[in-house]
Design a protein around this ligand. Structure first.
Ligand SMILES: [Mn+2]
Length: 240
């Protein structure tokens, strides 16, 4: 049987003919990437009900924490910097709560972009509210291009990591983030960095499979490009 992959929804403000509503959304590239790797995607709505969260986590074989808006600095004990963009503290709180529940099940987890950032906060870490705060020499990490889905910068991969097993010692990735990990959470280890030192991937030390990346492996699906498919295949293979 194909594993069921629970993907946390993202609260996206939608406007239709002047009416605004929050949509619990999931980009289709996540769904297609999971499908291409042999899983069945299931979008998990943003609910607080503990019984719902128990049932959701039980019915899924693995979980994806997707990309999205900035993490509110209140979530890691800092004041807002002028470069901070849109946040939703209630979404942070929901995700932090659900991530801790998901980690306890020891089922495989894949965290992407905002996912690696909120995961780091769940492990007690902090974030750069904008990558420029990393200091002089920081590269541009929010790529812009006419055709989406292409690469932006190289990452250097650490020994003994999931990424090294899949790609060797370096990898070209896309880069659609303006925040990044500052202080690493306790229980995480860095598995890849950009050449400017920005953390681009981590794994959890005491967890069977928690893989988090700062780039968007699912975005390559736009071009039907299988370059990042091994990340999804390896994640889904980890579901027993
Ligand atoms: Mn980057």
């Amino acid at each position: 049987m194909k594993p069921i992959i629970g993907i946390m929804a993202h609260p996206t403000l939608n406007e239709y003919r002047g009416n605004k509503a929050t949509i619990h959304s999931c980009g289709e590239n996540y769904l297609f990437s999971v499908e291409a790797a042999g899983g069945i995607p299931l979008i998990l709505p943003i609910f607080d009900d503990p019984e719902a969260l128990d049932r959701y986590t039980a019915m899924c074989d693995a979980y994806i924490v997707p990309g999205g808006i900035d993490v509110n600095p209140i979530s890691y004990g800092e004041q807002p910097h002028p470069l901070l963009e849109a946040t939703r503290l209630d979404y942070d709180e929901y995700q932090l709560h659900l991530i801790k529940r998901m980690l306890r099940t020891e089922k495989p987890m894949l965290a992407i972009c905002r996912g690696i950032q909120i995961m780091n906060v769940a492990f007690g870490g902090t974030l750069y509210q904008d990558v420029s705060l990393h200091g002089p020499g920081t590269m541009r990490h929010s790529q812009r291009e006419i055709m989406p889905g292409g690469i932006s910068h190289k990452v250097i991969i650490e020994e003994g990591s999931i990424l090294q097993r899949l790609y060797g010692n370096e990898l070209w990735t896309n880069s659609y983030h303006h925040q990044a990990i500052k202080d690493l959470g306790e229980g995480l280890r860095v598995t890849a960095r950009a050449e400017d030192g920005i953390i681009e991937a981590v794994e959890a030390v005491d967890h069977p499979y928690m893989h988090a990346v700062q780039w968007h492996p699912e975005s390559f699906f736009v071009r039907k490009d299988n370059y990042m498919l091994p990340i999804f295949e390896d994640f889904i293979k980890a579901c027993k």
